[in-house]
Design a protein around this ligand. Structure first.
Ligand code: GLA
Length: 392
């Protein structure tokens, strides 16, 4: 049974009415890491792993949630939104909280959700839940919220209710993703450009360290604060500088002696990463995957040494690919401290490369590395009944 059918069935058994069915994807990011909250550039794409929702309105103020993958239920009412120790309900309650704060009229609702995005793997299961619910409630309550406002609302849910000061990338690509394309998002203007990424001869492959670092969200918030500290120092002399996006490598260098070494190191990574992303997009225009891959390795180096958000397991998985000609590039992806690496590998070698790296990983860390070959898909959308019937 496919996943959406499974979610629909659970929903109908529990609530016995016709729900709206929605597919909300995870994401990859080709390059441009930890640049979004510094108002720089990112290059993400939606993937073929997703969270599926079955949702319908109720006549009262009760919201009934059921997390199918965890087999756990959680109920709350619209007039009492209190952070839960269970953690997962917070991603959903955060969205409801934002809708109410923005003055939207909603009722209670029933919601069953679940999918195949591994949690904590850096594939953005949290944004898929937030943006997927925001999209679904927008539909069932006819709220007429435009796409960009949905993105911002879902991001704010994570910032304010979950407490992670994330940037806008994950929610943005979740809503705006397009099949066969990455999006070059300018996180300052929020404009974006489609960047085709549709090669017959290569695959996008994730190696999951299966390491979940509890440090991830606190260190994430700390990195963001460190970048802010750098901006403050520069702004004292250059008032037009509002983020690291406004800072060139040369300007940053003139402030080296005025910053703590760690602050400088963090800012340096971000400024360089924005430059790298622009070069990477130029390389893609001429289908130069060798240059693109080399830039991915440089990004990893920066994330590991300067930004310090990698971990030995991620470093190992990236290092092991370096001498394999069939691998164009690899790097850690997402917030860091665990999760996946993203690899560009020639199709015919995907299996041999994956099995040899998994074996070495197991020997070194006594832990399995999961392997996913992914495809770029579209953003969050309604699953229509015919489509659902056809894939059943
Ligand atoms: C997480 C955040 C994003 C982004 C990445 C790092 O996925 O949610 O906003 O900052 O980390 O690039």
């Amino acid at each position: 049974m496919n996943l959406i059918h499974k979610i629909e069935k659970i929903y109908k058994n529990m609530f016995n009415d016709e729900p709206l069915l929605v597919r909300s994807p995870g994401r990859l990011n080709l390059i441009g890491e930890h640049t979004d909250y510094n108002l720089g550039f990112v290059l993400p794409a939606a993937i073929n792993k997703a969270v599926y929702f079955a949702v319908a309105p109720r006549q009262d103020k009760t919201c009934k949630l059921f997390a199918a993958d965890l087999n756990e239920a959680f109920d709350f009412t619209l007039d009492r939104l209190v952070k839960s120790d269970k953690h997962w309900p917070n991603y959903l309650m955060g969205v409801v909280d934002q809708l109410i704060k923005a003055g939207h009229e909603i009722n209670g609702f029933n919601c069953v959700f679940g999918g195949d995005i591994p949690i904590g793997a850096g594939l953005s299961s949290s944004a898929a839940i937030e943006a997927g619910l925001a999209f679904s409630l927008n539909q069932i309550f006819d709220l007429h919220i435009d796409k960009l406002s949905l993105v911002k609302l879902a991001q704010k849910a994570e910032n304010e209710f979950v407490g992670v000061n994330c940037g806008i990338m994950d929610q943005f690509i979740n809503i705006f993703g397009e099949s066969g394309n990455a999006l070059r998002i300018d996180c300052r203007s929020l404009d974006y450009e489609l960047v085709p990424f549709d090669y017959d001869n290569i695959s996008l492959v994730f190696f999951n360290t299966n390491v979940l670092h509890s440090l991830a969200s606190s260190e994430y918030n700390l990195r963001r604060a460190e970048c802010g500290k750098g901006v403050e120092i520069i702004k004292k002399e250059f008032s037009q500088v509002n983020s690291l996006r406004d800072v060139s490598r040369d300007l940053l260098n003139t402030f080296k002696s005025k910053m703590e070494p760690l602050t400088f190191q963090r800012c340096k990574y971000v400024v360089e990463e924005n430059e790298r992303l622009l070069k990477a997009c130029e390389a893609l225009k001429v289908h130069d995957l060798n240059t693109f891959g080399a830039l991915m390795y440089q990004t990893h180096e920066g994330l590991s040494r300067d930004y310090e958000v990698s971990c030995p397991e991620l470093d190992f998985l990236v290092d092991e690919t370096k001498d394999i000609p069939a691998v164009y590039g690899a790097r850690m992806m997402g917030g860091g401290f665990g999760g996946c690496t993203i690899n560009i590998i020639e199709n015919e070698f995907v299996e041999s490369v994956s099995s040899s790296i998994s074996k070495k990983y197991k020997q070194k860390f006594n832990r399995e590395a999961s392997v996913y070959v992914t495809k770029i898909g579209g953003g969050t959308s309604i699953v229509c009944k015919e489509e659902n019937a056809a894939i059943r």
